[in-house]
Design a protein around this ligand. Structure first.
Ligand SMILES: NC(=O)c1ccc[n+]([C@@H]2O[C@H](COP(=O)([O-])OP(=O)(O)OC[C@H]3O[C@@H](n4cnc5c(N)ncnc54)[C@H](O)[C@@H]3O)[C@@H](O)[C@H]2O)c1
Length: 261
C-alpha cells in the first residue's frame, strides 16, 4: 500500500524516524529523509534541515518536490534542551512544515504527527492550549512560551498537548481537508530510543519504569513505525483527525485511573 508513494520522514537520523524511513523504503516508498543530523545509514534522499526555525522549515519546503503523498512528522526534542527549542521543534516547526508542504502534497495525502502519551492531559488545559494554537505562523518561540506560560519543566507535555489539539483541528482545516489530505497523530508510550534516556533524567527512573511496568515492556521503534505507515497508506483512507495510542495499552491504563473506572 506504500508502493511508489513519496513519503517525507522527519527525525530520520535516529530512533522512530529512522525505522519509519527504513520500513517505508522496504515497502516500496520513495523516501525523503529529513534531520538536522546526517544519518549513519541514509535512507532514500536525505535533506538536512533545522525544523526548529522558520528559515529552516522554509528551506526544507523549498527543497522538497511537488507530489508528496505523506509527511511523517517524527522529529522531536525531550524538553531537556529547554522550552524554547522544544516548543519550536515539537509544535511550531512541525505545524509550519505541515502547512507549508500542503500545497506540494497530492490529493488524498496524509500527515502523521508523532505526539506522545505525555500529551494525554490536553483536555485538562483546554483554554490555554486553544489560545496557543490560535496563534498563526511561526511566532518567536521565546515570546510564544512567555505569552502562554510554558515552563522548561513542562514544555515536553505542553508541546504534545498543543500538537494533539492542533491535529484534531487541522483535520478540518481547508488547507488539508479541501484536498482530502488526512491529518492524524500516533502517540507512543516509552520507546527504547536515545530520547528515553533524557526522559529518565527529566521524569526520573521511577516514573518511566512505572509506565513500562504497566504494559510489561518498553516499546521499540519497530513497534511504532508500522502504525505511522498505516496512517500514510491508502488502507487508512477513512481515518482522519484521530490519535492512535501505540503504547501497549498504557493510555487505557492511565485513562481508567484518571477517570476512576
Ligand atoms: N522514545 C520515546 O520514548 C517516545 C515516547 C513518546 C513520543 N516520542 C516521540 O517520538 C518522536 C521520535 O523520537 P525518538 O524516540 O525517535 O527520539 P530520537 O532522539 O531517537 O530521535 C529524534 C530525532 O529528531 C531529530 N531532531 C531533533 N531536533 C531537530 C531539529 N531541530 N531539526 C531536525 N531534526 C531534529 C534528532 O536529530 C533525532 O534524529 C519524538 O517526537 C518524540 O517526542 C518518543
Amino acid at each position: 500500500m506504500l508502493l511508489g508513494k513519496n513519503i517525507v520522514v522527519t527525525g530520520a537520523a535516529s530512533g522512530i524516524g529512522q525505522r519509519t524511513a527504513e520500513l517505508a523504503q522496504s515497502q516500496g516508498a520513495n523516501v525523503f529523509s529529513v534531520d538536522r543530523n546526517t544519518p549513519d545509514n541514509q535512507v532514500g534522499h536525505f535533506i538536512a534541515a533545522d525544523l526548529g526555525s522558520a528559515e529552516g522549515v522554509e528551506a526544507l519546503v523549498n527543497a522538497l518536490p511537488n507530489g508528496i503523498d505523506a509527511l511523517a512528522n517524527v522529529a522531536g526534542l525531550s524538553g531537556t534542551p529547554g522550552k524554547v527549542p522544544t516548543i519550536a521543534v515539537n509544535f511550531l516547526g512541525l505545524r509550519a512544515l505541515s502547512l507549508g508542504l500542503a500545497p506540494k502534497m497530492n490529493q488524498y495525502g496524509s500527515v502523521i504527527n508523532v505526539a506522545s502519551i505525555a500529551g494525554f492531559g490536553w483536555r485538562g488545559n483546554l483554554e490555554r492550549t486553544r489560545k496557543a494554537i490560535d496563534v498563526e505562523g511561526f511566532p518567536d518561540p521565546a515570546q510564544f512560551c512567555a505569552d502562554h506560560n510554558i515552563q522548561d519543566e513542562t514544555s515536553y507535555p505542553d508541546s504534545k498537548e498543543l500538537l494533539l489539539m492542533w491535529t484534531f483541528r487541522a483535520a478540518h482545516d481547508p488547507v488539508f481537508k479541501d484536498r482530502g489530505i488526512r491529518v492524524n497523530a500516533v502517540s507512543p508510550g516509552p520507546v527504547e530510543t536515545p530520547i528515553l534516556l533524557q526522559f529518565r533524567d527529566v521524569l526520573g527512573d521511577d516514573r518511566v519504569n512505572s509506565d513500562i511496568n504497566r504494559v510489561g515492556r518498553a516499546g521499540t521503534a519497530n513497534d511504532i513505525a508500522p502504525s505511522i505507515l498505516f496512517l500514510a497508506s491508502d488502507g487508512a483512507r477513512w481515518v482522519n483527525g484521530t490519535n492512535i495510542a501505540c503504547d501497549g495499552g498504557l493510555e487505557a491504563s492511565v485513562m481508567s485511573e484518571a477517570m476512576n473506572f
